[in-house]
Design a protein around this ligand. Sequence first.
Ligand code: ZN
Ligand code: ZN
Length: 397
Amino acid sequence: MTQPTPRPLARSLDPLPGESLAGFLLRLSYRMGVTPHRLAMLCGLTCRSDSIPQEQLRGLSPEVAGQLASVAHLSMPEVQALTLQELTKTYPPLARLRTGRAADIGSTPFINWATNPDSRYCPACLRGDGSPVQRAFGGAWQRCWYLPITFACTQHSCLLESTCPHCAQPLSGRVVRRYSLVRTPHVSGLHPSQCRNPAPGPPPKPRTRATPCGAWLDAPGNAATPLPPPDLQCVLDLQHDLNLWLAPGRLHGAAEEAGPQTYFADLITTARLITLSWPMGATFLPSTTLMDLVDEYATPYVHNPARRGVQIQRSAPRGTAQTSALLLASATILGDRDLVPLRERIEPLTREVHRRSASIGDKLLKDSHASATLLRATAPRIYGFQKRSTSRASSKS
Ligand SMILES: [Zn+2]
Ligand SMILES: [Zn+2]
């Protein structure tokens, strides 16, 4: 016998543009004065006692989507827009995750740069736009803040934050070994912009609930921006470009011919080549600040061969400054992806990765889903051609 669908709530909220499912739950539960867990139960989003499964951020089953729509007075397109589902068209790592092995879906949604385990955030976005509804319940927690390639807010010209300024923990939904859409989901009364991580200090006594940190994440001037203004402008320009690649409308017209499906695969593959051949790619960064950021991230892989295999599979940088520096180098190397200049830039990196470990280099490119152009630019058999073209060039001089 099927369960009767719960009655629609007496009142709801309109989703904000770009809002995530977690953000919507936080705002609506705060408005209703119930716990996020209670609201998630009513909306069919959980039957677990301790968590609200985070994988639902990537897409909802038709039954759950229908129940959420009817209980919270939403249209089906509004429900879909709370998840990352639409972005699978423009951000292929998400699409591969959805069709990947069951083990990948359940335990490691962070494989291959698909998602972050926690949400980054922009304090100014969380403060809202000053409208009555946003003054009362805060701005949107954006769904894009879960993507490793989203490291900055172009509206407020800042890097995103990835930890709470008070407890210094990531805004992670991790509950024991599961990931939940919301941390401490049984606590009510916290504003959506307050940290829900367990408060720092000794762990709670058995059978008592953790007290949340409660710090305000939307306070201005919480963190000093770690990038000097010229570097910040470079990475903001990059974020602006990446947002265009991510926009659903990008799939139409000329951009389709240019291969939007492969842009992010090329960007991530090149980021891995930079990491595994570091510091060879340092020359593609405009400042020592940015070089130092990639250095912090790449050095453990360079000095620990056992970790190089791990790098092929996952491990986007957690910090937004490191991510921005690594992707800036990657995007600079890719340029407009014309084969000949691309090969000139990327061939030394490929060669160095193969020199350090031929098997890792082969596996990285084989599993990359990169464009035919990038694969040609990095193919080992190109070396002979490179040598011939180099000798032709030198014989002319
Ligand atoms: Zn912002
Ligand atoms: Zn905190």
